[in-house]
Design a protein around this ligand. Structure first.
Ligand SMILES: C=CC1=C(C)c2cc3[nH]c(cc4nc(cc5[nH]c(cc1n2)c(C)c5CCC(=O)O)C(CCC(=O)O)=C4C)c(C)c3C=C
Ligand SMILES: [Fe+2]
Ligand SMILES: [Fe+2]
Length: 343
């Protein structure tokens, strides 16, 4: 029997430093997230970052935590629950980091008689620190614990017309009562080095957009290329004027150069340029989470208003939006019926 495994990033069990620490330890010790050799990663993560970050992150989590738990987990569960109503197949939900493990989710599917799994990384874009690490971890767990299971993976859906339609319509809905001067597409950042590492040709990606018009196999794994494609396709779908939109990258850690422009600098630039009413969308995330609810909806608002902005709105992620659930149901049900995956 076929079944569906949804995988998102994960969250700590509670917004306390005690629970945030082991979660961040697992997250940041992932070689695809902090991609230096193991010894250096140990020093960097355990010797430096984890000395102070858990307390700071726990405070941020406490600001967005819901009675039911972490927004990312609750919203992913709601999405899974709605998807179950649209497909006859068993649907399980696992997280790349934390206690809701991929192994347990695979076990849940096995217990329901599933021997053929479609893995759905809940990320629209390919990055080694998001999509790729989910695929690698799931393959490891499958080979180790469920060798009899067959595993297929949904491709990154950043330019799939059904996804673009669902995302665009959700943005349109979010904007219906907000008269905006500008829409900022803010994506999670990654170190520039990750772009070069993920380029199979080793020479295509120039990290300035000059390469993106040249057809290349590199685009299949280029996060920067893919997010700009999403922005352009949404702009085209909604007929948004060029001068009223821009793209930026949020959530960087100190150290190496990350993809630019940085979202926090953009808040200041846009406000100073007289864009008084700003809408922000965050399409790197399918579910609202710490990075959208705290960094963008709370901190971002403050930064924009301090720089002279007057009105600010964060448009929610797709979460358990009905159109989005129907799109995912269409993709998984087509896979069940004919083995065909969306492109
Ligand atoms: C080297 C560090 C990081 C990389 C690279 C990175 C890439 C990346 N992350 C997401 C999605 C999410 N990240 C979230 C939180 C988060 N991310 C990092 C670091 C990197 N992410 C940290 C340290 C944290 C924890 C919070 C903090 O201390 O600031 C979340 C939110 C999780 C939640 O519980 O709500 C998401 C989602 C993507 C898509 C991505 C690469 C494209
Ligand atoms: Fe992150
Ligand atoms: Fe390119």
């Amino acid at each position: 029997m076929k079944g569906i495994l949804l995988v998102n990033l994960g969250s700590p069990d509670s917004p306390t430093a005690k629970d945030v620490k082991p979660y961040l330890d697992e997250f940041l010790m992932d070689e695809r997230v902090i991609d230096v050799n193991r010894i250096l990663r140990n020093i960097l993560v355990r010797g430096i970052i984890l000395q102070t970050r858990p307390k700071k992150s726990a405070k941020a989590y406490a600001k967005i935590w819901w009675d039911e738990g972490s927004p990312l987990i609750v919203l992913s569960e709601r999405f899974a629950q709605k998807l179950r109503q649209h497909t006859p197949m068993p649907v399980a939900l696992g997280m790349r980091y934390g206690t809701m493990t991929i192994k347990n989710a695979l076990q849940e599917l096995k217990d329901q008689g599933v021997d053929e799994v479609l893995l759905v990384p809940l990320y629209p874009h390919y990055a080694m620190s998001s999509y790729e690490t989910v695929v690698v971890k799931t393959m490891e767990e499958q080979q180790k614990h469920f060798p009899e299971m067959k595993l297929t993976t949904l491709p990154a859906f950043y330019k799939n017309p059904d996804y673009i339609k669902a995302l665009s319509e959700s943005i349109e809905e979010g904007l219906k009562d907000f008269d905006y001067d500008h829409i900022l597409f803010s994506y999670h950042g990654i170190p520039e080095r990750h772009i070069r590492k993920s380029d199979p040709t080793k020479f295509h990606c120039k990290i300035d957009g000059s390469c993106c018009g040249i057809n290349s196999v590199a685009h299949n794994t280029c996060y920067r290329h893919q997010v700009y494609d999403t922005t352009e396709m949404v702009k085209a779908y909604l007929g948004l004027p060029e001068e009223k939109t821009s793209t930026s990258f949020q959530s960087r850690l100190a150290g190496d150069p990350w993809l630019k422009p940085y979202t926090d600098y953009e808040f200041e630039r846009l406000a100073k340029e007289g864009k008084k009413r700003l809408a922000v969308i965050t399409p790197a995330f399918v579910s609202d989470c710490l990075e959208t609810l705290e960094e963008i909806a709370m901190e971002g608002k403050e930064q924009f208003e301090e720089a002279g902005g007057e009105a600010y709105m964060h448009i929610p992620c797709l979460n358990d939006n009905e159109v989005w659930v129907a799109v995912m149901a269409k993709w998984v049900n087509e896979w069940e019926a004919s083995g065909v995956l969306p492109v």
